[in-house]
Design a protein around this ligand. Sequence first.
Ligand SMILES: [Fe+2]
Length: 351
Amino acid sequence: MAPSVAEIKATSDAVDLNQKKENGPSYPFYYPHFDVNEKFPPMEIFQFTDAGLRADPAKPHLLNANATVVNISPYLGTEITGLQISQLSSEGLDELALYAAERKVLIFRDQDFKDLGPQRQIEIAKHFGPLHLQPTAANIKGYPEFTVVYKDPSLDRLREHLGDESITRTSWHSDVSYEKQTPGTTFFWILDQPRPGEGGDTLFLSQVEAYKRLSPEFQKRLEGLWAVHSGVQHAEFSRKRGGPVRREPIEPVHPLVRVHPVTGEKALYVNPIFTRHIVGFKKEESEYLLKFLYDHMAKGADFQIRATYQPGTVVVWDNRITAHSGTADMDFSVRRHAVRLTPQAEVPIAA
Ligand SMILES: [Fe+2]
């Protein structure tokens, strides 16, 4: 049976946060932490200017002479070696925002990012927007900006959350689309990764290409529609198992088609995890259209990629114009430990 949150907290407290134990996580400081008494106030609307708007399109501060870039597919995903995110200037970070918007997903290899410590990691991520504080998922003691994704033989929240009822645990979503100002340039880095062939990749799809594949007539029908996104189900799940609900969930409406503030590209903005229904449609109409869109996204293997992890990998994606899914294909004995910092961006711009 899956451990309760109280049991997880007891395990967390038992982990020495500064010392690696034999067979323990490599970075015990980032072990998942749940405090059911932690509370955040409701979020306030803030002014947002995308760092990518300040960027030099030639990206001379990011793609220096030592950098090598290899595109993974025509529509999204670029693997980058030969540079350190930690060494980028403010101009270089602006260019990173633009590059992430253009390529949707950037996979940086051999980074020292995981060893920078929480304050420097936060400082870099904050360049892209105020950091989202996760209302229900694991964070780090004293650092609620971090979201922790962790599994080992004794703890597998993803599997527990997604259950055994479905034929697959593939669950396409964009992170916390239930917030009014949804995340933009998102940082995710690996601390303990499965060995090659042991699974644990992340699937990504381009919501820009998903939109482009639709006929002009169908695109026109989607533009102007709005859908309700909801954090209620996640909050209820957490509450039911004695976990935290650090901020009361809300149910904002977002456009079905949003426009990226830097590139001007249009992207589908629905996902089966957080989108609930289309405003103004009857129940069956909404279910019918959303099911079509979810099937379209899931079937689009020609606008999807897999991000793989090696020691030192940092994946940066633009959460406004992509959807992603974990792959719950790892053996129970495998440890996978990753951390996310999630800068929030603008209130979605309707097409
Ligand atoms: Fe996610």
